[in-house]
Design a protein around this ligand. Structure first.
Ligand code: PBG
Ligand code: ZN
Length: 322
């Protein structure tokens, strides 16, 4: 035998020397949930160690996040009222808007991304205006654009539309530009699949649809090529970053998006992926830290520049990606 790949696996030094992939701690984004009220820090039952925080509590939590090296968060709001036009989503006094103001005042260097969607704010739990038992695309665009603008006005650093309406990136871009926010980046949830992996999130954000499902707007999990078309459309409409979501079951799509163009690609390691790791670890069936590291590396190897993950804080705290 002349060729022996094991020669380069002999010890840790040589393994590290030839390692092809490293996860950049600065590209981790930590998703967080903010609720109305005071003194609220409520653990999400299906997502151990993830919480719904009131604004005062999220400010405390962020001290420790920043201390371990969290550079960016993705903020989700759980409002005090819901209606059929998602008024609390674009209310200047809404929970996300007030949270962004408080967070940016206390942590000006923390990069705050806001999720732009309407499901948490709609009485029926769908991501847009319901007409004839379906979500109406074009009337939803104006509400999404208003929501993104109100986040920008509150001081968000980036907006991330997750609704999957056609044309929403263009509508948001036009609204932001028309109001002087030409430098506000958009991270589009471009290839977002109608996935069962969002289950725990919907408990966390109280955003499950009250009738039907999201299959008329989120993508069919069987379609990889169509996902790349969605990516292409969002780029044409002015997306600065495109996202693939969920991550682990869609690494092929992630690779495809990364290879398709020179744009920056994000992946969302979603709630169900997190909960499965936590549950198996709790049972003692897997080595949790190694699994987390392996999953994060998988995203990077597949082509992700940015990784949005509920594991961000623990990964940094425990040095899992060094
Ligand atoms: C809102 C939204 C969802 C997620 C992010 N933004 C849920 C959904 O589409 O039902 C999922 C995040 C996760 O599962 O961690 N549209
Ligand atoms: Zn939604």
């Amino acid at each position: 035998m002349i060729i022996r790949p094991r020669r380069l696996r002999k010890n840790e030094t040589i393994r590290n020397m030839v390692a092809e992939t490293a996860v950049n701690p600065d590209s981790l984004v930590y998703p967080m949930f903010v609720v109305e009220g005071e003194g609220v820090k409520e653990e999400i039952p299906s997502m151990p160690n993830q919480y719904r925080f009131s604004i005062d509590e999220i400010l405390k939590e962020l001290e420790s996040c920043v201390a371990v090296g969290i550079k960016s968060i993705l903020l989700f709001g759980i409002p005090s009222y819901k209606d059929e036009i998602a008024s609390s989503a674009y209310d200047d006094d809404g929970v996300v808007q007030r949270a962004v103001r408080s967070i940016k005042a206390k942590f000006p260097d923390l990069y705050v991304i806001t999720d732009v969607c309407l499901c948490e704010y709609m009485s029926h739990g769908h991501c847009g205006i319901v007409k004839d038992n379906d979500v109406d695309n074009d009337s939803t665009l104006e509400l999404l654009a208003k929501t993104a603008l109100s986040h920008a006005e509150a001081g968000a650093d980036m907006v991330a539309p997750s609704d999957m309406m056609d044309g929403r990136v263009g509508a948001i871009r036009a609204k932001l530009d028309g109001n002087g926010y030409t430098n506000m980046p958009i991270m589009a949830y471009s290839a977002k699949f109608a996935s069962a992996y969002y289950g725990p999130f919907r408990d966390a954000a109280d955003s499950a649809p009250h009738f039907g499902d999201r299959k008329s707007y989120q993508m069919d999990v069987r379609n990889g090529r169509e996902a790349l078309r969605e990516v292409e459309l969002d780029l044409e409409e002015g997306a600065d970053i495109v996202m693939v979501k969920p991550g682990l079951a869609f690494l092929d799509v992630l690779r495809g998006a990364a290879e398709m163009s020179n744009v920056h690609v994000a992946v969302y390691n979603v709630s169900g992926e997190y909960s499965m790791v936590k549950a198996a670890a709790k049972m003692g069936w897997i080595d949790e830290d190694s699994i987390i590291r392996e999953n994060l590396i998988a995203f990077k190897r597949a082509g992700a520049d940015i990784i949005i993950t509920y594991h961000a804080k623990e990964a940094l705290e425990k040095g899992l990606i060094h």
